[in-house]
Every structure is written in C-alpha cells, then in structure tokens.
Write a protein that binds this ligand. Sequence first.
Ligand SMILES: [Zn+2]
Length: 538
Amino acid sequence: MSVRASVATFAVAALFVAAPLAQRAPTPTAPPPANPRLEALKKEVLADVESRKVFTQQMVDQIFSYGELGFQEFETHRYLVDILKANGFAVEEGIAGIPTAFIATWGSGKPIIALGSDIDGIPQASQKPGVAWHEPLIEGAPGHGEGHNSGQALNITAALAVKKIMEREKLPGTIRIWPGTAEELVGTKAYFIRAGLFKDVDVALFTHVSDGLDVSWGARSGTGLVSVQYSFQGETAHAAGSPWRGRSALDAVELMDIGWNFRREHLRLSQRSHNVIVDGGDQPNVVPRTASVWYYFREIDYPHIKEMWETGDTIAKAAAMMAGVDLLPTKVLGAAWPQHFNKVVAETTWANIQRVGMPQWDEDDQTLAKALQKELKNARAEGLTTKLGEQLQGPVRENTGGGSDDIGDVSWNLPTVTLRYPANIPGLPGHNWANAIAMATPIAHKGVTAGAKVQAMTILDLVMRPELVQQAWTYFRDVQTKETKYEPLIRQQDVPAIWLNKNTMDKYRPEMKKYYYDPTKYKTYLEQLGIKYPMVKK
Ligand SMILES: [Zn+2]
C-alpha cells in the first residue's frame, strides 16, 4: 500500500516531466517573459540587499551568540520580534501555544508569501567561531552546530528590501515571517499547520543553511519521522533487601531497546531509528519506579513511518509485560513529513540563483575551511564550494534515507521550496561543534547576503507575476497531492513539547549571557571575542 502510494507519486511526477511543452511551466533555461519594470526592480533590490550587509551580519552574529535550544529560544524570539516590529510588521506572539513562535505580517492583499527559517541550536555544540579546531566557549553548553542562526537574517533582509519597493510602487501583497521553532526536535510545524497558520498563504519560501546555493523540486532525499517518548511505571523496593517486592521500569526500557535492536535487522534499508534514555531511575539501591526512553522513527514516506511507530508500540507493550510494569500513555514529542518541493517555485528560485551566483570567498575564508576539513581528517580539504550546481535538481530517484525537517508538513499543505544558501563549510559531520565554526564569520555573512538576494528577487517574481502563483498551485493540486494526501502524524491528544530543553538552558544560560554579542561596542562577534580570523593550526 505504502510502496504503491510512493511509486504512484513518482509516476505522476514523471508524467509531468514528460508532458508536452505547451502544458509545462517555463523550463529553468527558458528566459522569463520580458518585463522591464520587474527587471528594474530586481536590479534595485539586489543593490539594496547588498547595502544592508552590516545589518545582516549583526543579525547572524547576534543569534549565533544566543545559541538557544529548541522551545527555549526566548532571547532569539525577543530579538527577532523587536526588529520586525521596529520595521513596521504586526507581530502575533505565542502562536499555536508555543511561547517562542510568532507570525510577523506586513502588507495587504494577495499574494501572501510566508518566509520561514529555523532558529534553534544543538546540544553540546558551543564553539568559538573562526577557530579551526574544537574549542568551546563554554564546555558542555549548546551552540549553533547546524547554522540555524542565519536563516532569519536572510529572510528579514530580503523582506525589508522588498517591502521598501512594494511601499513605493504600491504593489499589493503580504509578507509573513515565521520561525522554525524547535526544528531540531521537529517540534512545531505540524502544530502550525493544525493551528491554520498557512490556510490563506499562497507560497512558502523556506531557507536552510548549506554549503552551496541551490533549490530543488519534487520528493527530496531524506526521511520524515515521528518522535515518541515511552514511559514505564513499576514499584520501588530495597534493591538488595527485598528486590522481589519491586518492579523495575528501567528493565522495561532496556528490554524495549533490546527488542528494537533485534527488529532493526528486518527493517527496510531506508529507515533510521535512534533513541536516548531520558529517565533511567534514581539510584542503584532503589528499584526504579519510573523510566523513559525517547525514540525517533524515520522512514521515507508516511505509511512506513506509521508502520515503524506501530512496531515500536508493540515492542514497548511487550517489554512492559516482561518487566511486570505499566506502559503509560505515549507522548509524541515531534513529527515531520518527508519533504516535497514545488516545481514552479523552484524554477523561479533557480533562475534567481543563477543570477546571483556563489559568493566571492577570499583567502581567509578558504584557509579556515581547508584547515577545518584537515582537522576533521575524513573530509577532503577542498575548501569552500565556488560553483553552482549545473542544473536545477528534480525529484530524488533513489531515496536511501537521511535527515528530516518538519518543513515537510508545510510542503504538503501549500506550494513550498527550501532555498539552501552557502553559509557553511562542506564535508562536516552535522549537529556538531564543527558546524558552528563558520557560522559567525565572513563565510556565513557572505552566504546569507547571497541567499537574501535570491529570496528578494523570488518574492518580487511572485508579487509581480501572479501566473506563477497559479501555476504553483496547479502543480501542487494536480501533481504533488493527486495521489498522496496529507494526514498529520501528531494525534489529537498531542501538544507541543514546550518543556523540552528547559533544564539544559536553565543550567547554561547564566554563563552564556556573558558572551552575548554587543553590536554597539563591536563591529563583529569575532572582534568581541578577540578572535583574529582565521585561527588555524600552523
Ligand atoms: Zn536544520
């Protein structure tokens, strides 16, 4: 059933590609219809984004210095909301029951374009920027070991540049800016959908940090997932005096993990599954009354994610029976659909990417990149990417699994693309201190400015060429969702897991505050930290 669904989707996508030329949206190589007014405004917006690069750099550095984990992005939230309000956006805070989520709106009428990007950090990724080896600012603290400090800076720069033009030219259209709160927990976007935040939106332009400048359409490689916490309850007893009177919840956790790891041999190659024990009891001489284990079940389509989840539930029940304890009601802590991006919006974005091209890296940028790649040993020391890909990437042919992003849920509710912009170094492990090194350096600053130029031109395209929005919806309705319909993975009883990461942030925040970036005193965060860019081993 599930396999058939995905094959069908693919077949339809293939049909679309093979359709006669007349029915197709403009191909990436076809020049857009002559539109001198749009052309002049694009030139203007490119110069305007360039002129905002100090402001862009400050946003990148500021959010980097906050280094906040998912659901606890309070400083980041305040900072972004204040900037948006100061620039004429109406901001609604605490949306979908999530304190660190907002929607900022400017403009009126159609089209409504939603600009999103993630904002949260990675546990234990604290790292001095611009230094080509592991050197935490604060040992054990979180940091931007994915680069989620950069995407909002890109969107805000682009939005403000376009807003200036739309105001003067009296162009109808609405810009909405929203954060991918707690993306590392895939914790919020399904709730945004449930709350109806995208109901009237025409196109979602999402951005994500990368080492290249690109966009793709169709099914993207990688997985969707459901994130589930299993909690067990037994009875305490003296672990030496009367162990037979106790029942260990930790036994159930361990039995579940053993059961899952035996089953793993018989799962599909495309799956990924992993867990952490979040409660393993109190102390050895007290039989653990409570214990919990937290699983991510990942697969490349919705039916297979559901199937894995059911297997997990069965193993949890069986483990509880073996241990003689109770399995408490499970909690879904996050969910993500596999991603599928819009062909028309991707083609529009790709044309703008080709126009902007990769940033001009200088010798310092390349020196840092090569030194870090060498430090990591397994990466080829080829430095930063200098060229664009040769063509717009279409649907992935063989999806062997990989990461997830809950932008997938958005992508199944309206035409969506993710613009990936070159703010990081190739060949890094991901979710690691190494991925933080470039993220408050000229590499990130230049990459974000390049991305903002693309984003600004794409917004202008959508505002000034209403046929693009129409064609995007034709693809969405007639191709993408013809066979596959969105069904949320979150259940009715599930709520956003806003308690996550609170203890960690409470522990580290007082120390982290000492390192918040102060742009009134320092031009850059590197300058504030006294780092002579780039710092590499001799
Ligand atoms: Zn990410």
